[in-house]
Design a protein around this ligand. Structure first.
Ligand code: PYC
Length: 310
C-alpha cells in the first residue's frame, strides 16, 4: 500500500495512493458507507498504532462521480468514516502537489458531504471552501457527571459538532489530558440526550472554545475527534461549524477574516460568505507539509497487523 503522510498544523493525514479496498462504483456516499460497514479493519490497520499514530486521518482517493472534480476522497480515522475533513483536505492537496498531480489554482474535490473547492496557493498553502455549514440548535443543556450542566450549540460543518463556549477548562496545551476527559464525558452526555442533526445524525465531535490570548487571534479551540484524540489543527469542519454559530449570533460579519488557533497554537485563517440555504460557506486557509512517502507492509504472521490499540 503506497501512502504519503503530511501534517496540517501538527495534525497528520495519510493519503492512500494505492492498495486500498475496492469500494465499487456509484455515489461517493455509497462508497463511504461500504468503507465504514465492510472495511473497519482497513481503517484501523492503516491508522492505529503501531503503523499509524494518534489523531491520524486517512484520505482514501476514489474516482469522483462528478467528472468536474480533480479527485474524490473519503476521510476516515481509526474508528469512523468522516463526512469531511478540513485538515485532511489541506494535507491531501499539498500531497498531490508534491507529486505534481495538482497545480496551483482552483480545483473541486468530491467528498461524501458534497463538493468542496480548494485553492492551492503554493506548495504548502491551501484555502478550502467548505460545504454550506449551519447551526441547528442553540443553547442545548446536558448534564455531565461531576461537572453539572454544560450548555452548547449543535452545528454542522461537514461533521456534527457540539460547541461549548466558554470552555469548562481553559484551552491550553497543559490541560490537554483534562480537556480530553471532559470532552469525552460531554460527548456521552450529548449523545445520551439525543443531540445531533435534523435526521438523527449523532454528534461526532466536541469543541471547547475560548478567546485568543493575543489581540490578533480571535479564538482558540480544543476539538475532540471520534477516535478520542484531539485535533492538533483548529479543525476545518469544526471551524466551519463555529463560523456558522458566529454568523447566526451576528458576532462576525461575512468576508471578515479572523485567526483561530488550535490548543497547540497552530493557526487557520477563517472567513465566510452567506450560503443559499441560510447557513454559511466557510473559507479555511492553512498550511501542510509532507513528512513521509512509504510502502505499508501487512504480514499474515503479524498478530498486530490490524493495529494494537483497541
Ligand atoms: O480538520 O475537519 C477537520 C478534522 C476532522 C477530524 C479531524 N480533523
Amino acid at each position: 500500500m503506497h501512502v504519503i503522510d503530511s501534517h496540517t498544523g501538527g495534525m497528520p493525514t495519510r493519503v492512500i495512493l494505492s492498495g486500498g479496498p475496492d469500494l465499487g462504483d456509484g455515489p461517493i456516499t455509497d462508497r463511504a458507507r461500504r468503507l465504514a460497514q465492510d472495511h473497519p479493519e482497513f481503517c484501523r490497520s492503516v491508522l492505529a498504532q503501531p503503523r499509524g499514530q494518534d489523531g491520524m486521518v486517512g484520505a482514501l482517493l476514489v474516482t469522483p462521480a462528478d467528472k468536474t472534480c480533480a479527485y474524490g476522497v473519503i476521510f476516515f480515522d481509526a474508528q469512523a468514516v468522516l463526512g469531511m475533513c478540513g485538515h485532511g483536505t489541506i494535507g491531501m492537496a499539498v500531497t498531490m502537489a508534491s507529486l505534481d498531480r495538482l497545480n496551483t489554482g482552483e480545483h473541486k474535490i468530491e467528498t461524501p458531504v458534497g463538493v468542496v473547492r480548494i485553492t492551492l496557493h503554493d506548495a504548502n498553502t491551501v484555502t478550502v471552501t467548505n460545504v454550506e455549514s449551519r447551526r441547528v440548535a442553540q443553547g442545548k443543556r446536558v448534564e455531565v457527571e461531576g461537572l453539572g450542566t454544560i450548555t452548547g450549540d449543535v452545528a454542522f460543518g461537514g461533521n456534527w459538532f457540539f460547541i461549548v463556549e466558554p470552555s469548562p477548562i481553559t484551552v491550553c496545551a497543559d490541560n490537554i489530558r483534562d480537556l480530553t476527559d471532559v470532552a469525552v464525558a460531554v460527548r456521552s452526555a450529548a449523545l445520551a440526550a439525543g443531540l445531533g442533526g435534523e435526521n438523527g445524525e449523532p454528534i461526532d465531535h466536541v469543541i471547547f472554545q475560548d478567546p485568543g490570548d493575543t489581540a490578533d487571534v480571535h479564538s482558540c479551540n480544543f476539538v475532540l475527534c471520534p477516535d478520542d484524540t484531539y485535533d492538533r489543527s483548529p479543525c476545518g469542519t469544526g471551524s466551519s461549524a463555529r463560523l456558522a454559530c458566529l454568523a447566526a449570533d451576528k458576532r462576525l460579519a461575512p468576508k471578515t477574516e479572523i485567526i483561530q488557533k488550535s490548543v497547540i497554537g497552530s493557526p487557520y485563517k477563517l472567513s465566510y460568505e452567506n450560503g443559499a440555504k441560510g447557513g454559511v460557506i466557510p473559507h479555511i486557509t492553512g498550511s501542510a507539509f509532507v513528512m513521509a512517502d512509504s510502502t505499508l507492509v501487512f504480514s499474515e504472521k503479524d498478530s498486530f497487523s490490524q493495529g494494537c490499540t483497541p
